[in-house]
Write a protein that binds this ligand. Sequence first.
Ligand code: 6PG
Length: 466
Amino acid sequence: MADPQIGIYGLGTMGAALALNMADNGISIAVSNRSADPITAFMKRAEPFSAQVRALDTLEQLIEALPKPRLLLAMIPSTAPMDEFLTHVIPLLAAGDTVIDAGNADFHATRARAAQLAEHGLHFVGLGVSGGEHGARHGPSMMFGGAMDSWQGLQPILSKIAARFEGAPCVDRMGPDGAGHFVKTVHNGIEYADMQMIAEVYDLLRNGAGLAPAQIGAQFTRWNEGPLESYLFEITGTVLGYEDALGDGPVVDAILDRAGQKGTGRWTAIEAVKLGQSATMIEGAVAARAWSAEKPLRELAGAALGSDREAFSPEPDDLEAALLAARILEYAQGFRILAAASEDYDWQLDFARIAEIWRAGCIIRARLLDDIASAFRDGAPEGQLFLAPRFAEVFEVGIPALRRLVSQGIAAGYPLPVLSSALAFWDTLRQPRGTAALIQAQRDFFGRHGFDRVDGQDAHHGPWWD
Ligand code: 6PG
C-alpha cells in the first residue's frame, strides 16, 4: 500500500463516512480510534477498498504511519474532547503538520486552537462539512478555514470527496483559522430559518386549510420542481408522505413537537448581534425551537388562554411567490452576517464562491443559490442581495404575496416568526427615514445621551435639558 495521504482519528458516524468516501475515491488513508471496536467495524465496511486503508491501534501508531507534513483529521467532539486531544497530540507532531477539525465547532474555539498550534509550528484547520452522514459518505459541501500550506495539502483530497455541481467540487478555502467554521455556522443558521419557514407554511396548510400531511407533502414536491427546488423542500415532501409504522396515521403526527438544537443556529444569532447585525429570520427560527421545547408551558397556556385559531386557506401560487421572496431575504440576512464577520476578522470572504459551494451536497442546497452566486458576481448594490436587479421581479410579485400571507395568517392566529420577520426586515430597510429619531429623543431625555440633527449639527440635546 502507498503511504497514507491522510490520517483519520475517530470512526464515529461522520468520521467513518468521510474515511469511506476517501477510500472509495482512491485516496490512501490510515485510520484509528480511541477504542478498538469501531476500528474493527470500520474495516469490515471498508473491505471493498482495503488496498487504500490501513488501520492502526493507537493514535501514536497512526501519527507514525503518516508521511510529513502530516494531515490528521480528528473526528471527535469539537468541545473539551478536542482540547484534550490537542494537548495529547501536540508533542507527537512535527512542525508543518496539520490537525483538521471537521465537526461543527464554535469558530472562536477554532481561532484559539489555530493560535495555540501555531506556537508549535503546527496548523489547525476548521473544516465545515455539510450534508449529514449521507453527504459525508457520498459528497459533502465543505468550507475550509486554515493556512494556505494546509489547503495545498488537503485540496486534492477534499476535491475528490466533495459533492459536485455541474462537475465542479463544492469545496473551497474560505479564509484563515475560524473562517470555514464561521461560514458553516451561518449555513446552519440559514438552515434553521428555512426549516422554520417550511414549518410555518405546514401549520397554515394543515391547521388553517385543513389539508392532510400527505397532501401538503405533495404540494412541497410540486414546489420542488420549480424555483423553490431545494433539498429541504424535497425531504419535506418525502417525510410528510410517510405513515406511522407503530400506529395509525401520518408519522408526523406521532412525533413530539419539541425540536432539538445542537447550537449552531443559536451561535449564528449570537454572532450576528455581536457583529452589530441582526438576522431576525434566523433569530425567529432559534426562538421557535426554544419555545417548542416548552411543551408543558404551552399546554398550560393553551388551556388558560385558548388555542383556537381561524380557518385560513392561502393560495398555493401566492405561497410559492411568498416563499421565494422570503427565502431570498433569509439568504440576504445570512450573507450580511458573513459580510460583517469578513470585515471584522479581515477574512475577505468570497460571497459568490460561498453560494457556489452551497449549490450541492449541503443541507441548504437550493436552485436559488445559482442565482445568488450570479447576483454577487454581477455586483449586487452595496453587496446586498435584496437589492440585486436579478431578484427585482421576484420581489415585485413575492413581497405583496408575503404581505397577504403574513397579515392574513397572523389575523387568523398563526405564529409566523420567520415569515413575519422577513417582512419587517424588508419594510425597515426600504425606509430612508425610520423611527429611530424618537428612540434618540427618549435616550437623550432619560440619559442625556445626545443626538445628531438632520441639519448636520452633531451631539445635541433636546429642549428638555434647557
Ligand atoms: C449539516 C447539518 C449538520 C447537522 C446540524 C443539526 O450541514 O450537515 O447542519 O451539521 O444536522 O448539526 O443541527 P441542530 O441539531 O442544531 O439542528
